[in-house]
Design a protein around this ligand. Sequence first.
Ligand code: AOF
Ligand code: ZN
Length: 362
Amino acid sequence: MQAQVLNAYMRRALELAARARGKTFPNPLVGAVVVKNGHVVGEGFHHKAGAPHAEVLALKEASGKARGAALFCTFEPCFHFGRTAPCVDAVISSGIREVYIGSKDPNPLTCGKSIRLLRRRGIRVAVGIMKKEVFRLNEPFFCAMRRQRPLVTLKVAASLDGKIATRSGRSQWITSRAARRHAHNMRKYYDAIMVGIGTVLKDDPGLEAGGGHRLTKIVVDSSLRLPLSARLLKTRQPVVVATATHNKVKEKALLMRGVKVLHTKRNSGGVDLADLLRRLHAMDIRHLLVEGGAALTGAFLDARLADKIVFYWAPLIIGGRQALGALGGRGVDTPQKAVSLKRMTMERIGRDFLIEGELVYS
Ligand code: AOF
Ligand code: ZN
């Protein structure tokens, strides 16, 4: 098959995979297409963790037509017994003759093993078709497998002059309703949301994603100040409090409300974020949205642990030396050391701008 044709089928598999965006955590987004004599005879995608894998669904739809056909899958079929049986066995027994793979599965349980097995069984395998696109669709999963921590995105909403509050501490509202609604909608693409205790004490946010989306709420609270009446405790979503102190009475009260208390290593700023991320990884959290405040987002940058930023930029000038800037922490001491943005995009949301990019540390 020509490269263009291969890409077209892989693009279809990617399209299918993307339909479940935000719904498969902790699993990746995977799509599969079965092609016979130039016709698509089976399609499938992974809907959610615990549900059948993409390849199995596509092969099921193709049924007998899979014999002698080509399979396009965004990920290498799995090798292991997990929540489901290995896809690689299903591929082999279906009589598929050629397998076109977007990317190797970075999960060490599979990582290359299925590719080798398929080849040993005389099936033609090509790997790396639209690999970049597959990677981008699954960045949280690749980050988890390679770095043993969730992918971290910082969300900031600030005025033209980079302020997130006025000199008297008022912050409602700097960005428009449209931008706020947009930010709220984006929460469904994450499996965890994090704020610092300062933000909870000041704004008492609910941190909901809506639509029944499961979003673990995490509060970074070095000295366990979280009020038991906090709004974020009032829903069924899981809540985690990350702390660097011990307080038996408070911990028990939190536990009674279903809150998980995570004790992390302590550093000069309180909770050690690298340690916290390791623990969140152990809880299978893949994609973390850090919503503030300035101290927490600044600490993520100082620790070089933030991967991306979404910045809502309002055309308002607040001014004032005492008005709080968007990012706290220590920051850098020369412009050469500033964190820069790669693959930046900018779009208009109502009257505001949304700037997104990957963070590059110098
Ligand atoms: C595939 N096809 O559609 C997906 C794969 O717990 P399980 O059994 O659902 O397995 C999850 C792992 O399987 C996941 O970590 C990743 O390595 C792979 N995902 N593989 O062949 C699929 N979603
Ligand atoms: Zn599988």
